[in-house]
Design a protein around this ligand. Structure first.
Ligand code: NAD
Length: 480
């Protein structure tokens, strides 16, 4: 991209410059070049977006589910039409491989298709209270919903919250990460062009303290959907608790992949390697603790290494998306070595074949990791796998659950019954067995410190509704 594109907020169906007139630089992690200038939002900008969203909500909430479905599907179609542009923007800000970004953008569009479909099944219950009452429940929107997203998959995580929130009749103000705002702003434009009424979706960019905090604190915001770090989730949760508004938290993970010696070792090796290659491990649910039956450890690590050694930076895997995150991963690798872990593969930043300022880190497999080391406990959020052996099924389960997180898990074994039994014992919101699939239809969310609430699937729709019970006293018609 030759010229630097400047992005404004998207408020009330149009571009709106920041009240302060200030912009933030967005840089490419591939080579450190500034690629975009993004509106640096302030509480005044938040006020504007929330006010517009509040004004737009009653009419939007009164539309039929069929009408909302039609518009959501038009948004999906608009995103697919602009897919090349969205991929270009995402790759410029994140350094992602275009093929990876395309899959992610298409999955983002699919959220609008999916919730555009399932919203037509939105239904309450009737409750039998005898012949003189008609009692029923309604799933009603909250009003204005705030959606706040991180930098590793901004559009995807935004769509995951926005699509069900809009489907349920809420209006939304989105605050994407200051590092990766472009695709979210483009979603605002696409949604307006697809027929979404002005004000129903606003996008305000900027920093946590000046945009995120005022947004969550705003008296007209009635629910928050947050994806990001535990620390920020806790801070938002404190504000939400004061205001007594519900908050969905999709936080971090340190997910185990448990491999028994009787497993398809090639399949397990491929899954473990893909977990740290895809988006260079910057996926909250990716499996980053390799728990392997001791007798298979050397062979499994060897096979993972064969896959990783063939991968080239910038071709087969992308960079770390932000500079602070790059420093964090390298710092944690240093600590891992100091604490006695060994890098069987990788372990350093990439020097060859990448621009000097490229934030690339070698896909890394750590061995000699002990359960109390930082490498076993804390989220790298980078391309690092921490390997620990086990001898028994109970030990495997204990190791898998020895984490404050509980987002995801994977089990590999030739004995499917055993693998399922282990999957049931893992404390996490989702578990795959022998490479089972997850998609937009499958509920997603964390146990323990990985979060509160569920997104994706039909459950994700109901998270954005509040339940009302209505009871109608019927006249005595003298029929009894
Ligand atoms: P982060 O918590 O630093 O930032 C997330 C968002 O919150 C950003 O938009 C940021 O500007 C905003 N923010 C920061 N401080 C705020 C405050 N005080 N109030 C309101 N908003 C504030 O997270 P990050 O570094 O962008 O993302 C990485 C983290 O996200 C990792 O821990 C990762 O595991 C997690 N994550 C979780 C999921 C999931 O679905 N569970 C998905 C992706 C990433």
């Amino acid at each position: 991209m030759s010229t630097i594109t400047q992005f404004e907020h998207w408020i009330g169906g149009i571009q709106v410059p920041p009240v302060t007139g200030r912009y933030l630089d967005s840089t490419s992690p591939h080579d450190g070049e500034v690629v975009f200038r993004i509106a640096d939002g302030s509480p005044e900008d938040v006020e504007q977006a929330v006010t517009r969203a509040h004004q737009a909500q009653p009419a939007w909430g009164r539309t039929t589910t069929a009408e909302r479905s039609r518009i959501l599907k038009a948004i999906a179609a608009g995103m697919r039409e602009d897919i090349d542009w969205l991929v270009e923007l995402e790759c410029a800000e994140t350094g992602k491989l275009p093929a990876h970004a395309r899959v992610e953008m298409l999955a983002s569009a699919d959220y609008f298709d999916y919730y555009g479909s399932v919203v037509r099944t939105l239904a309450g219950d009737t409750i039998d209270q005898g012949p003189r009452n008609l009692t029923y429940t309604r799933h009603e929107p909250y009003g204005v919903v705030a959606v706040i997203t991180p930098w590793n998959g901004a559009l995807n995580q935004g769509a995951r919250g926005i699509a069900p929130a809009l489907a349920a009749g809420n209006t939304v103000v989105l605050k994407p990460s200051e590092f990766t705002s472009a695709t979210s702003l483009e979603l605002g434009r696409i949604a307006t062009e697809a027929g979404l009424p002005d004000g129903v979706l606003g996008v305000v960019t900027g920093l946590g303290p000046t945009v995120g905090v005022p947004l969550v604190s705003h008296p007209l915001v009635r629910r928050v959907g947050f994806t990001g770090s535990v620390a920020t989730g806790q801070a938002i949760g404190r504000i939400a608790a004061e205001r007594v508004i519900p908050v969905g938290l999709e936080l971090g993970g340190k997910s185990p992949i448990v491999v028994f010696a009787d497993a398809d070792l090639d399949g397990a090796a491929k899954a473990a390697a893909t977990g740290i290659l895809a988006n260079s491990g910057q996926i909250c649910w990716t499996t980053t603790r390799l728990l392997v039956e001791r007798s298979a450890q050397d062979e499994l690590v060897r096979r993972i290494g064969l896959i990783l050694n063939a991968k080239r930076p910038g071709v087969d895997f992308g960079p770390i998306i932000t500079s602070p995150q790059f420093d964090k991963v390298l710092g944690m690798l240093d600590t891992a070595r100091q604490e006695g872990a060994r890098a069987a593969f990788g372990g350093h930043k990439c020097k060859d074949g990448v621009p000097e300022r490229g934030l690339y880190i070698q896909p890394t497999v750590l061995t000699d990791v002990k359960p109390d080391m930082q490498a076993a406990r804390e989220e790298f959020f980078g391309p690092v796998l921490a390997t620990m052996p086990f001898d028994t099924e109970d030990e495997a389960v204990a190791l898998a659950n020895d984490s404050e997180y509980g987002l995801f898990g994977a089990v590999w074994s030739g004995d499917t019954a055993r693998a399922i039994a282990v999957a049931h014992r893992i404390e996490s919101g989702q578990v795959t067995v022998n490479g089972g699939a997850m998609g937009n239809e499958t509920p997603f969310g964390g146990y323990k410190m990985s979060g509160i609430g569920r997104e994706k699937g039909i459950e994700g729709l109901y998270e954005y509704t509040q339940l009302k019970t209505v009871s109608v006293g019927l006249p005595d018609l003298g029929t009894e």
